[in-house]
Design a protein around this ligand. Structure first.
Ligand code: HEM
Length: 497
């Protein structure tokens, strides 16, 4: 018996010894791999899990910021075995996305995006196709009046609808999310579909939900798991399946819009983006530009999604900040009263005479900082930024938050303070480093539209209502981790002025 035991023990020690030896070997190999890549500095990654422990699940953004503070404007993190380079600070953004614009235009490939949009559309597409689709989208937005009076009047009509709906709440507590999102979605709907929807339209809400689920997936934990194990995850239930199903359910709704457009359109008089795109499908001889009905669908999803979520989230923050900082709300209202009064309809030109209101809108965007993760990029050849090597093909994650909270630019970066955008004479102070829409060739194509929306919606609401908290309520300023980081759901009262 004793000899059998000692034999088994001997074998066990052998197996144990072998395992330890293999682990040490793996660690040495991993160490050599990490060192040989000559990546920018960062916390040491463990084999297989990379820097998961450094990032954590609770506050990934806070962790990224701490890592950037420690290792500088260009640092490396490992997501599993994959390195990822974080860019922070205005100078590194400028050096990469403006000075080396042609090297940094592409987005990396992710299985989850391939599954959702097959690499088409505007947001995650690349190369010649992306360039042509983006050029066309920008030209069409311009054609339909972005920055011009026609679109301004269309937005002002929607401002009236929104204010009338807020009025029906009769000063009682309500959650502004649904009304604000629908009002903003109607602007991009007008440009893309040629019509608006009623705020209680069931199909409109379904469309918003499907698009929202799709947009949220890539940065959710489900999306991250799908990117790591696509084959396995496609067999398992979860939030990713809801988003994929949403995309399938959205298709017939959009195809119905395309069908109606084809029936009713007059090629000499296009009414909206879809009409122009259908025209381009017929005219374009460049097959690599991929002007197809399938691509139209993904472009519409991107425009509708990006054009709704971002501006409406900013406006919800705006209302929350006004309730939280009543002295700022009072100053905005008194400036509006002096310049426009309470009855005349405002216009874009009023902006120059409303420096405080304009500074408040900028501070809302800065402090809300809704694009916590700017969509990632990838370099198409080896290059350097701030003296650090960025190898071809490695994912580059730009962190806008650090730029909007730069201590050298803003006297109180972690406080809501409209004075950040005012000079000593109380006039609006423009800052080149204020880049909530990013910079370079891939910067937001909806910037001008979004600026119009934010000014007209915010000022209209301030002109007609005073927003108040509920009795005894403490409103949280904590943002969610999402494509655009919004406030937690909240209720407020809108008292007509
Ligand atoms: C407050 C509102 C908005 C903010 C803060 C915002 C911000 C951004 C940012 C930071 C990016 C990423 C740029 C990059 O990768 O460097 C982006 C991309 C994009 N945005 Fe916006 N955006 C807003 C509104 C809009 C609107 C109204 C539209 C609709 C036309 C829109 C359409 C897009 C599209 C299609 C992209 C992808 C562009 C590409 O990859 O080429 N955005 N936006």
């Amino acid at each position: 018996m004793a000899s059998v035991l000692s034999q088994l023990m001997g074998q066990w020690i052998d197996v144990q010894g072998l395992l330890i030896f293999l682990c040490v070997l793996l660690l040495v190999k991993h160490l050599r791999d990490v060192q040989s890549k000559n990546m920018p500095p960062g916390p040491f990654p463990l084999p297989i899990i990379g820097n998961l422990i450094n990032i954590g699940f609770r506050d990934p953004l806070g962790s990224f910021q701490r890592i950037a503070e420690r290792y500088g404007d260009v640092s490396t993190l490992y997501m599993g075995n994959q390195p990822c380079i974080m860019l922070t600070g205005y100078e590194s953004f400028k050096e990469a996305f403006v000075e080396q614009a042609d090297i940094f235009t592409d987005r990396p490939h992710f299985p989850v995006n391939d599954k959702l949009t097959k690499g088409k559309g505007l947001f995650m597409s690349n190369g010649h196709m992306w360039r042509q689709q983006r050029r066309f989208a920008l030209a069409t937005l311009k054609y339909f009046g972005v920055g011009k009076k026609t679109l301004e009047n269309f937005i002002l009509q929607e401002c009236c609808c929104l204010c009338d709906s807020v009025q029906t709440e009769q000063g009682l507590p309500f959650d502004p999310q649904c009304l604000v999102t629908s009002a903003v979605a109607n602007i991009i709907s007008g440009l893309v579909f040629g019509h608006r929807f009623e705020y209680d339209d069931h199909q409109f809400h379904l469309m918003q939900k499907y698009v929202d689920d799709m947009l949220q997936l890539p940065i959710s934990n489900w999306g991250r798991l799908y990117n790591q194990f696509p084959a396995l995850m496609s067999l398992l239930p979860g939030q990713h399946q809801t988003a994929f199903a949403g995309m399938y359910k959205l298709q017939p709704l959009l195809q119905e819009e395309f069908r109606k457009h084809k029936e009713e359109r007059d090629p000499s008089n296009p009414r909206d983006y879809i009409d122009c795109y259908l025209d381009e499908i017929e005219k374009c001889k460049d097959s690599e530009a991929e002007f197809t009905e399938e691509n139209l669908m993904y472009c519409v999803v991107d425009l509708f999604g990006a054009g709704t979520e971002t501006s409406s989230t900013t406006l919800r923050w705006a209302l929350l900040f006004m309730v939280k900082y009543p002295d700022v709300q009072e100053k905005v209202q008194s400036e509006i009263d002096q310049v426009i009064g309470q009855t005349r309809q405002l216009q874009m030109d009023d902006r120059t005479n409303l420096p405080y209101t304009y500074a408040v809108i900028h501070e809302i965007q800065r402090f809300a900082n809704i694009i916590t993760f700017t969509p990632p990029r990838v370099a198409n050849k080896d290059t350097t930024v701030r003296g650090q090597l960025i190898p071809k093909g490695v994912m580059v994650l730009p962190l806008l938050k650090t730029i909007l909270q730069d201590k050298n630019e803003y006297s109180t970066p972690y406080e809501f303070n409209p004075a950040h955008f005012l000079d000593e004479n109380g006039m609006f102070l423009k800052k080149d480093t204020f880049i909530p829409f990013s910079i370079g060739k891939r910067m937001c194509p909806g910037e001008q539209l979004a600026r119009m929306e934010l000014f007209l919606f915010f000022t209209s609401l301030m002109q007609r209502f005073t927003f108040l908290p509920l009795d005894g309520q403490t409103l949280s300023l904590k943002g969610s981790i999402s494509v655009s980081s919004g406030p937690e759901p909240f209720q407020i009262c809108a008292v007509p002025r």
